[in-house]
Design a protein around this ligand. Structure first.
Ligand code: IZC
Ligand code: ZN
Length: 409
């Protein structure tokens, strides 16, 4: 055995290899005085009492809390520039869509991302990823969508691939060419959607640069029909599907996501009852982003209602330069309790097993169980409630990825 974590005060983890929904989302395993054995990057045992097994290295957890590593299943990590100058407009009440229509918002970041070199994008994202890791994120999804043309979309995706190779944080790449209509296609929406479906998406798939495809299905962006067309093409090319749905207006994006067989639908602030029902029927995970609601001063998605209706809930940061410049997943976890009113157990599942399921990694990530990859956090906390309660502090103390200690705070 390579590593033994002993003297764990409390081990808190969901269990299983699939998203947990309904009551099961809040049913986690809690073990006091536990130990975890790790060999070749995998968990080999989880025990109540076995604190004296022999291992090459032993880590004394000093009676503290241990959980799975955090999975941030929704980020826009790779981009050029920032958008702090838009804050004034935002706080003066100019809506997100109006800023976008005037060539700002996403299109502002598109300009900066097109003109940045691949190396600059890589360096910048790597620094940000290190900061995410410092807050406990051991696995992270990242989207393209700031190119809106072939070369820059592929450039973003290549950066994600390089980041994943460089480690230690593991990444899942999502193609999001349907993030906005670029200025050069302002009067030819269909032309842009054709470009995405016939040129960019097939290239990204052929070069194996993306595992998933996401679309921004909302008022002023892509209609459910346009979104479904892109997703269907992506599905034919073998990609898993996701959709930003009903963030701004109830456009029946959740229904569209269910209909298309999406793994997850994102945001869902304005999702209808019928949309939630459709997601429950089709096993679509709700990837909710409370730090975006917080940052924009917007309403919060109906997370408890979704859990009650048997929709598995994942929580992520949505880290991006426009609507959530916060990359601290612990902050989103606290908001999940404070604003969504999830229990700490439900919130833990949302950022571990359900986050892993949203990027199709629940078989290997998201829980502390024999056979799973050894991604864990030792927290400077005596129990689970504490990490949600101490909103704003970084309580992740020792972070382990594939059995290696990769960060000590
Ligand atoms: O850059 O504004 N919501 N896409 C959809 C975003 C936010 C990212 C951005
Ligand atoms: Zn997003």
């Amino acid at each position: 055995m390579d590593l033994l974590l002993k003297n764990i005060g409390l081990l808190a983890t969901p269990t299983g290899i699939d998203a947990r929904r309904g009551k099961a989302q809040g049913e986690i395993t809690l073990r006091s005085h536990a130990a975890v054995g790790i060999h070749k990057g995998r968990i080999v045992f989880v025990d109540h009492t076995n604190n004296s097994a022999v291992a090459e290295h032993t880590l004394d957890c000093a009676g503290k809390l241990v959980t799975p590593g955090l999975v941030d299943c929704h980020t826009h990590l790779v981009f050029g520039g920032w958008r702090q100058h838009e804050m004034k407009q935002k706080f003066a009440g100019v809506p997100y869509l109006e800023i976008l229509k005037a060539g700002g918002g996403i299109l502002n970041t598109v300009k900066a991302t097109r003109s940045a070199s691949e190396e600059d994008l890589f360096q910048k994202a790597q620094t940000l990823l290190r900061e995410m890791l410092y807050y406990g994120t051991t696995t992270c999804e990242a989207k393209s969508g700031y190119g809106l043309e072939l070369e820059t979309e592929l450039k973003q995706l290549r950066v994600i691939r390089r980041l994943n190779k460089a480690g230690p944080v593991e990444l899942a790449a999502t193609f999001m060419g349907a993030h906005a209509i670029p200025e050069e296609y302002a009067s030819d929406r269909e032309g842009y959607i054709n470009l995405v479906c016939e040129e960019i998406l097939p290239r990204a798939a052929r070069e194996n640069l993306a595992e998933f495809c996401d679309v921004f299905c909302d008022e002023g962006v892509f209609t459910p029909e346009e979104s479904a067309r892109v997703l269907k093409r992506a599905s034919d090319l073998g990609l898993g599907l996701k959709a930003h749905a009903d963030e701004i207006s109830p456009v029946e994006g959740a229904e569209m996501a269910a209909e298309c067989g999406c793994i997850s639908a994102e945001h869902l602030i304005a999702a209808s009852d019928a949309g939630i029902m459709a997601m429950a029927e089709k096993n679509v995970i709700a990837a909710l982003l409370p730090a975006t609601s917080f940052w924009l001063g917007k309403p919060y998605a109906r997370a408890c209602e979704m859990i009650r209706k048997n929709v598995p809930v994942a929580v992520a940061t949505d880290f991006n330069p426009g609507s959530c410049p916060c990359l601290n997943l612990q902050f989103a976890m606290s908001l999940a309790c404070l604003k969504y009113r999830l229990t700490p157990a439900e919130a833990l599942t949302s950022v571990t097993l359900n986050g892993a399921a949203a990027i199709r990694r629940a078989e290997s990530l998201g829980s502390v169980e024999p056979g799973k990859q050894a991604d864990l956090i030792i927290w400077d906390a005596p129990d689970l409630d504490y990490i949600f309660y101490r909103c704003g502090s970084n309580l992740a103390q020792t972070i382990i990825k594939k059995g290696d200690i990769i960060c000590r705070n």
